[in-house]
Design a protein around this ligand. Sequence first.
Ligand SMILES: *Cc1c(COP(=O)(O)O)cnc(C)c1O
Length: 404
Amino acid sequence: MFKVNDDYLKLQGSYLFSNIAKKVAAFTEANPDAPIIRLGIGDVTQPLAPAIIDSLHSAVDEMAAAETFHGYAPDLGYEFLRSAMAENDYKARGCDIKADEIFISDGAKCDSGNIQEIFSRDNKIAVCDPVYPVYVDTNVMAGRTGTYDAKKGIWSDVIYMPCTAENNFSPELPTSTPDLIYLCFPNNPTGSTITKDELQKWVDYANKVGAVIIYDAAYEAYISETDVPHTIYECDGARTCAIELRSFSKNAGFTGVRLGATVIPKDLKSGDVMLHTLWARRHGTKYNGAPYIVQRAGEAVYSEAGKAQLKAQVAYYMENAKIIYEGLRDAGYSVSGGVNAPYIWLKTPVTMTSWEFFDYLLEKANVVGTPGSGFGPSGEGYFRLTAFGSHENTVAAIGRIKAL
Ligand SMILES: *Cc1c(COP(=O)(O)O)cnc(C)c1O
């Protein structure tokens, strides 16, 4: 008789966004004419840039002729894309990362979920609170998180690092020692970030205690301030303690196209075992690579035309971020984020929880956002709005919130 993986049964509730979808569906059924504006889910809305579309088209044409057809991609990704990343994301920033330390994949979400399987089940994880739910849930599935305390909303074997207004949404070094530390800057959901000096402290700490930092750089393209690191490898010593996750979703609109990468420096070792070797084996055994046409599209992200077009696309979203940030501030809310990230994080009025504020905005302004408590207990009393809507919708939504 088969048995299921019990660890899956420990997963809490349904996914945050399905709860939101249910609430919005119920509201629209009761109010079919309500002009709902969604500033909730972190999905882009602008079409792919012309340079990327051109590249996709020509790669599709190559697939139509025997001489230029491509079958299985190399396990670790095509050289042309790995080199473009090594050159533009690392060498250009003075970071020592080689093309063969970059593993191409179908996205940072999958990689952030899959990467934990090359580590022992005994490893203790540390996460920011609030946090991107994937980091915690994939460790629950792996049986690494202990028991859930429903009252507090926390797992017994997870180290939580609260990020609230009190510490400027920047985590403090944990008091008990983790083995794996998940960091994401610029941050989803808080929109905050840390300076290079602050990140250096984490790298030094990880090297000191023998921990690995899993650094999610999905929002790197949104950085506007100069002292904010674009990659963890800007920090000294990161090659011996850090794995970096890269995504093409938020900088280039690949959420539906699917492309990402994971960087594992060859200096990152446990004894004489390189994590690079384990991940290469994992990739080779379980994965047959991102599609050729998609990797060609990814290459176009680094072309001169692609860079210019994507800079404009990011600027479009960041103009929305500014409209949201300034509009909410003028309406008397205390707001953060929105400067180096497409997320604005606001404090809910003292009388309202995150979900109460969700209902209030939905009913009174027909605007959908995301309750902060859905990202962890320290997210209670906060609310996330995203800059990924259209300019018109963003202006309209903020106008309605201001008028409340
Ligand atoms: C959107 C997002 C990603 C991107 O995941 P993909 O699988 O590359 O689309 C990764 N991490 C965080 C924190 C995100 O918000």
